[in-house]
Design a protein around this ligand. Structure first.
Ligand code: PMT
Length: 406
């Protein structure tokens, strides 16, 4: 969730300032863009160069240094931020923010921003427990500031008690969860019942042999995870994969196309959205042997029957549901995908050219074109399947908005 999030990290002057370097690095590794403000006291503990190297951005220390005459740096930073984090936050900066004081780069930016503010205190235990500090922190909570509370333990001053800066990993997790919660609040998928199919099917020939395909389930699991993060009530119908059943998502494990048909159709009436990313077998052996078939001289011809087309069945029974199909193609991508969109009465179809490197089966990436019933075409360049999943959900949300019943 931190990918491309714009974080202003304010570092104030305490010994824990050294941990802010690790925090900067972890935020950058998580994909965030980080701009750092050091207070003058912080520069006694750590150098701007450290943070410049870790963030690959200029570091701000002085309100009156304005390198670009077209911009006022603290306003620019305040407007740029998706979130402001103060770590470590000393009693001094907490007191300034609680009382609306602005006399340096960090405190002026804090008052100018509309972004959510996170304060991670770090100080001596007696300072931490002082009624003035506690009063100021209470004021911050009332003002809507999020406190990432200090840990208890050995303090650099030699005391043992509360006042240790939360670990950089804890701060990153706190921010991550904040953005997840925020996205859930805003998503139109929140509370919607979403059924997602993923993975291959296995069509048994006998107890040891089956027909299957190359689907790993990664695409479908990524969609399920992304929908869950948006607050949807997700049911994942999964063919056999090596993936862990995702936490918080009801997962129904099936093997054959027939079992997938039964699971998906039984969930359909209640569903708001169905996304069929599974690679379902179109054919299954006409006969399944109960005993292992022994090899014999000569060839073995296996007669195959058609399986039921689950998506076409859903399309024919469609009421309120948004129905999303996938198309795994090797040629005539657009024509084939649009044919399936129409024949199966879909709202959206996600076409992947599985002959392309980095697209389709097995890998962590995909490259797709999304076609919608209302004639939108969205090209999604090669990206991680988690990103493709997010783009697909964005397009489903937009489609839903465009087609709300009057
Ligand atoms: O699992 P991964 O390794 O991450 O790979 C992802 C993927 C390549 C499997 C995925 O991106 C994808 O393309 N899934 C659809 C594969 C497929 O079966 O495509 P199709 O063109 O054969 O089928 C069209 C649609 O009809 C699909 O939504 C499919 O689920 C559905 N179908 C097909 C046959 C059938 N009997 N019932 C169906 O519902």
């Amino acid at each position: 969730m931190l990918k491309d999030k714009k974080i202003v990290l304010g570092v104030s002057g305490g010994i824990a300032a050294y941990k802010a370097a690790a925090l900067t690095s972890k935020l950058v590794q998580a994909g965030a863009k980080v701009k750092v403000i050091l207070t003058e006291s912080a520069t006694q503990f750590v150098t701007p160069l450290t943070f410049q190297a870790l963030s690959r951005e200029p570091v701000y220390t002085n309100t009156f240094v304005e390198p670009d005459p077209n911009k006022i740096a603290h306003i620019e930073l305040a407007d740029w931020a998706d979130a402001m984090v103060i770590a470590p936050a000393t009693a001094n900066i907490i007191g300034k923010l609680a009382n609306g004081l602005a006399d340096d780069m960090l405190s002026t930016t804090l008052l100018a921003t509309k972004a959510p503010i996170f304060v991670a205190p770090a100080m001596n235990v007696n300072m931490y427990e002082h009624q003035a500090v506690q009063r100021n922190m209470q004021q911050l909570v009332e003002d809507g500031v999020e406190i990432i509370d200090a840990n208890a333990g050995y303090l650099a001053c030699g005391w043992i008690g509360k006042g240790r800066l939360a670990e950089p990993e804890e701060i990153v997790t706190f921010l991550d969860l904040f953005f997840i919660r925020k996205e859930r609040m805003n998503s139109s998928l929140r509370g919607k019942k979403v059924v997602i199919s993923a993975g291959p099917t296995q069509e048994k020939i006998d107890p040891v042999r089956y027909f299957t395909n190359h689907s790993s389930g990664k695409m479908g699991y990524a969609i399920a995870h992304a929908a869950y993060l948006r607050g949807a009530e997700v049911t994942l119908v999964s063919g056999p994969t090596n993936l862990m059943a995702p936490v918080g998502i009801k997962t129904i494990h099936i093997e054959s196309a027939k079992e997938m048909y039964e699971a998906v159709t039984s969930l359909y009436d209640e569903a708001d959205i169905v996304i069929k990313s599974a690679a379902v077998a179109d054919y299954r052996p006409a006969v399944t042997y109960t005993q292992k078939r022994k090899k014999e001289p000569g060839a073995w011809a296996i007669e195959m029957d058609r399986t039921k087309d689950i998506l076409a069945t859903l399309g024919a029974r469609k009421q309120k549901q948004i129905l999303v199909g996938f198309a795994a193609e090797t040629e005539n991508i657009e024509q084939n995908a649009l044919g399936k969109l129409e024949r199966k009465h879909l709202d959206l179809i996600v076409a992947n050219d599985i002959s392309q490197e980095g697209a389709g089966f097995k890998g962590d990436t995909n490259e797709v074109i999304i076609y919608t019933k209302d004639a939108q075409v969205i090209k999604v360049p090669k990206a991680q399947k988690s990103e493709v999943a997010d783009t697909l959900l964005n397009e489903i949300e937009k489609y839903e908005q465009r087609n709300l019943p009057l």
